[in-house]
Each structure stands twice: as C-alpha cells, then as structure tokens.
Design a protein around this ligand. Sequence first.
Ligand SMILES: C[S@@+](CC[C@H](N)C(=O)[O-])C[C@H]1O[C@@H](n2cnc3c(N)ncnc32)[C@H](O)[C@@H]1O
Length: 248
Amino acid sequence: MSVTERYKEAWEGFWEDAPEGPGGVFWDAEPALTAGLHLALFEPELTAAGLPLVDLGCGNGTQTRFLADRCRRVVGLDLSGAALDRARRSDPAEQADYRQVDATNAAQVNALHAELGDANVYVRGVLHQSEAVDRQALVDAVATLVGERGSGFVVELSERARPILHDLATSPAGPPPKLQPVFAHGIAPAEVSDAALRGYVTEAGLAVLASGELPLITTEFTSDGTRIELPSLWLVVGRTPRQTTGSG
Ligand SMILES: C[S@@+](CC[C@H](N)C(=O)[O-])C[C@H]1O[C@@H](n2cnc3c(N)ncnc32)[C@H](O)[C@@H]1O
C-alpha cells in the first residue's frame, strides 16, 4: 500500500510553506529537549550492535543531525521531498543521508532494508498525524527495518494529549500561530490510543522492551509564557529481550 495523494500533498504543502530556521515549526524543539532525552532511554540498544540508525519521518532533520553526531551512520527518511530539501540544506556537512521513502510502501521499505541491513529506527511524532489506515503499515516498516538485530524507539502523543490539543484548537484566541498551518494543511494531530500503539507493535511481530511517558516538547508558548508540552508515550521495540532494565 501507499499513502493517499491527498495525505502526501498535505505534507508537501506543509513543508513548502513552513518557515526556514530552527524552531519555526510546532514540534521542532531543540534536540537537547527531545532526541537527547530519547537517546538516553534508547542507549542500550543503540550501542549494542553498532547498526545504522534510520530516522523514520525525519521532517526537516533537526533531530536527525543531532542523532548523526552521536551514531555511526544515520539515514533520514521522509515521505516529503520538500522536507528532505530542507533537511539537506541544513546539513551541509552531509552528516546524514536522506531518502524519500513512503514508509507505508513495503516495497520501498524492503529496498532500504536490503541496502542497509538491520538498523535501529527512531520514530518521533509520525503515527499520530498519519491516517488511521496507515498506522499498522508504519509500524510494519519499523519491523522490516530492524530485522532480527535492530531495535526501534517510537515516541507518539499519548491519549492524554487529546484534551490539551482540543483546548488549543478551540481557544477563543484561535490556535497558537505555529499550530495553525498544521490544521490549515489538513494534517491535524490526532492521538493514537496507548493500547492501539502497543497493538500495532504486537501485530508487526515486535515486542515492547521498555516504555514510559515523557512530555513532547513543542516550540509554542501559551499567553502566560509557558511552553506547550504534550503528553507522549515512548516505547523501545525489538525482537529480543532487553539486557538492561528500562526506566519505564
Ligand atoms: C510531525 S513530523 C515529525 C518530524 C520529525 N520526526 C521530528 O520529530 O521533528 C512527521 C513527519 O513524518 C513524515 N511522514 C508522514 N507519513 C510518512 C510516511 N508514510 N512515510 C515517511 N514519512 C512520513 C512527514 O512528512 C513529516 O515530515
């Protein structure tokens, strides 16, 4: 399968219109507050096998470049050519490779796995904005890319994000400025229920090796200057039991 044209065009339009530069996009928070925290939770798997790392749904590559500073080989993968153009422009040193891949397309994902071999996979905030019908295929892609030896780190808005998003979207003053283009391009964030996320993992033939909750840090602030943080759920997934104890 593949995503619909409408969905792909929504992301292309979003990235074509998005402002350049760090923090211009709602979720484009500093890596020290995002991937940096995630790396600590994913460390045992990341360092164990010396595998390449795939950032699935890398967007403009802010987190990808941070990961590339710390991992031997990193590949940023995204559906949107406009997102990847930005990621490449922001990475003149070519720290990472970037590939245009629809992660719901099994043939494209299999081809990447054939090229890279087993990989570790980082997924931040991709499933909750995808169409519900695509979510299993996205987690299947994680399973394909990790193969037998890799592991995945998946972090998604939890179901507790729903009322907060609802309040932001329906605020009398209108949604916060950086959330408006997300709604305008028809890629409104929904939440994946925590049980559904775990169900996709099981259905894909993977096990949850560790899990926990963390705020998903955004680049927006409420009128009283508080940074908007959305509850999120993180999972380390793979085929073999964890050797060390997780914190979740
Ligand atoms: C909310 S953004 C998150 C970007 C990045 N992970 C981050 O944390 O900054 C979701 C990204 O996933 C990409 N995406 C959505 N569906 C995808 C698919 N089927 N295959 C590959 N990328 C996809 C979008 O183009 C978008 O760049």
